[in-house]
Write a protein that binds this ligand. Structure first.
Ligand code: PGA
Length: 253
């Protein structure tokens, strides 16, 4: 894994946005794998700035998001479809029909998961997959003990995930218990992976993922097996890495 340690969260977001911009510049017809969450908000802000500066066009690209809550329609204010529209898609030049998310409100969620996996395969799989990291080490909504070769399917969210995400839901409304998520195997087929983690709360998960054993207990640790995985961290998220100095030595800020 390539470990890049940036000074702070803003610098990490800039670095991640530049990485994505470089991908669509090198291959305008890229298939991007996109993520949601607090960390990505900053990344998308920087990406929109690059787009406005003429440094990133998505007109020829398509995208597949990692996951969506089961039971939420695309226009629910807390759906990931809505998050993506507001925080990225409506502010760049991606063709709306080329920006895919699982349909949370599908009557048959399992069939929808299978359809989504097939759509990713039909697109030729993902060129660059963007990932956040859960406090419990999840990537997408692949919670601990997810099969390391899973494909898109339903997952039950862990309590720490639902608590972390409840901040996005109105008072009294809880995040759904189930989500449709790309599998770990789906993610591992991506030709390149970019994981972004910032803030001290992520330090334990980052240390487990980077330096712990490859284990379904910390699903992101599977990226140790990926040939082109880059982790963009800020100093706080990197603070529990045993080989912190080494990573900085290899890739100085
Ligand atoms: P966060 O979520 O960016 O809101 O911390 C990351 C994740 O759970 O994948």
């Amino acid at each position: 894994m390539k470990i890049l340690i940036l000074g702070d969260a803003a610098a990490a977001a800039v670095r991640a946005a530049e990485f994505i911009a470089a991908q669509v510049t090198a291959k305008p017809a890229s298939v991007l794998g996109l993520a949601t969450g607090g960390t990505m908000e900053a990344v998308y802000e920087k990406l929109i700035a690059l787009h406005r500066a003429g440094r990133a066009s998505f007109a020829g690209a398509q995208s597949f998001n990692l996951d969506e809550y089961v039971g939420l329609s695309g226009d629910h204010p807390c759906s990931y479809r809505r998050y993506m529209a507001e925080k990225l898609f409506d502010q760049i030049d991606i063709v709306p029909d080329a920006a895919h998310l699982p349909m949370g409100e599908a009557a048959d969620a399992e069939a929808e998961a299978a359809r989504y996996e097939a759509a990713i395969v039909a697109a030729g799989d993902i060129d660059l997959q963007l990932l956040g990291l859960g406090l419990n080490g999840h990537i997408g909504f692949n919670e601990p003990t997810s099969s390391l070769s899973s494909i898109t399917r339903l997952k039950t969210l862990e309590r720490s995930t639902r608590e972390a995400n409840s901040r996005y839901f109105p008072e009294g409304e809880e995040p759904p218990r189930l989500a449709i998520t790309m599998g770990i195997g789906t993610i591992m087929r991506a030709r390149e992976v970019l994981l972004v983690a910032t803030g001290a709360a992520k330090a334990r998960a980052v240390a487990q993922v980077v330096e712990g054993p490859v284990s379904a207990r910390w699903p992101g640790s599977v990226l140790q097996m990926h040939r082109h995985a880059t982790l963009v961290l800020d100093r706080a998220a990197a603070s529990e890495l045993e080989l912190f100095d080494y990573y900085l030595d290899v890739h100085p800020e």
